[in-house]
Design a protein around this ligand. Structure first.
Ligand SMILES: [Zn+2]
Length: 359
């Protein structure tokens, strides 16, 4: 056995792979921090809008709000007198560490869920899951992104199940940079596929329901976040004025255009020129509309530890608020029961902003 060849070559390839990725990573965040600012009122929030283009919390306050700030932004923040603490002292260092972890996983042949995965790797994963579980898992392609990439998924449905069963949908990655969301959706699908016939709870669910998983709703943005701009959020729509991207999660038709979205194309929460103007929202909404048995849908985001239920556009309770909030509470309790991690549950619009760092 030629041990040096076996060990050195993969390391070399990994190093080349890593340097190729770094070379393509056009946008850097050297000296950028993520800070938590104590926003007291609307004037503070407006000031922070001029200091940072990238609020990581969804709610602009009042209360603690997280922002990415450039070195210039940090100087302006120091001059402003606003109170803040630093959460991430060096954003680029964190991104470099992540790149190294991805390269190391490739070098050592780690399992699929031990590192973040590219769009191509998720695509191959969907095919592999279907091949590994014939008669249970099937791949589907719901439609195409703006740049023509498949918005694919897998359906878990035991052979011979009745045609008109109820169904549930899990999706991730409306926002490109939220890399943990497709990993989570794929992990649930993988766990369900391997658990059918083994885990009585999973078996009972799949004997009752079709369960669909779409890991990456925004493939163009996701690919861009790997090749060019790690913190890219939107799709890759060319906008008037030269900017790119519509926020897919602000492009849905119901109550489109309200607060929490922007009409400015360069803004990270740009809602687009019209409801459902983007292929990605068209594909997912049409898929949902076509599933006549659909009973529940979870849309995964990061960062934060929240279980959020409708409504988002108004503080009025949703028609079935007690059931939704009860379910959200039960999910948060279940997560705590397994991991002792605290997730805060409640409606999007009224869950205390102290914890809301939203979708
Ligand atoms: Zn999001």
């Amino acid at each position: 056995m030629n041990r040096p060849t076996r060990h050195v070559l993969p390391a070399l390839f990994a190093a080349l792979f890593a340097s190729a990725l770094c070379a393509a990573q056009a946008v850097r965040y050297d000296g950028h921090r993520v800070v938590r600012v104590e926003v007291r009122d609307a004037a503070d929030a407006a000031l922070m809008e001029t200091i940072s283009p990238d609020m990581w919390s969804h709610h602009a306050g009042p209360g603690p709000v997280d922002y990415r700030v450039s070195p210039e932004g940090l100087a302006a923040l120091d001059a402003s007198g606003l109170a803040y603490v630093t959460l991430i002292p060096d954003v680029q260092a964190r991104i470099d560490q992540e790149r190294e972890a991805v390269a190391l996983a490739g070098e050592r042949g780690f399992g699929f869920f031990d590192a973040y995965r590219t769009y191509a790797e998720f695509d191959a994963w969907a095919n592999a899951l279907a091949a590994a579980h014939p008669g249970l898992v099937s791949r589907f392609d719901a439609g195409l992104s703006l740049q023509g990439r498949s918005i694919f998924g897998v359906r878990l449905r035991p052979a011979g199940a009745p045609a008109d069963r109820p169904s549930v949908l899990f999706n991730g990655c409306q926002h490109a940079r939220e890399w943990i969301s497709p990993m989570t959706v794929a992990f649930i699908a993988d766990s369900f596929a391997s658990g059918y016939g083994v885990d009585p709870r999973i078996t009972a669910i799949l004997d009752e329901l079709d369960v669909d998983f779409i890991p990456i709703v925004n493939p163009d943005g996701y690919v861009h976040s790997w090749t060019s701009e790690r913190l890219w959020r939107k799709n890759r729509r060319p906008n008037p004025g030269g900017s790119f991207g519509v926020d897919i999660n602000r492009n849905w038709g119901y109550e489109w255009g309200g607060p929490g979205s922007s009409g400015t194309p360069s803004n990270d929460t740009y809602r687009g020129p019209a409801p459902f103007s983007e292929p990605e929202t068209q594909v997912l909404s049409q898929y949902i509309a076509s599933q006549t048995g659909l009973r529940a849908h979870i849309d995964f985001h990061s960062y934060s530890q929240l279980v959020l239920a409708p409504w988002g556009w108004t503080t009025a309770p949703a028609p079935d608020a007690p059931a939704l909030n009860g379910l959200a509470d039960a999910m948060a309790d279940a997560i705590f029961g397994v991991h002792q991690e605290v997730y805060v549950a409640g409606p999007i619009s009224t869950t205390p902003y102290l914890a809301v760092l939203t979708p």
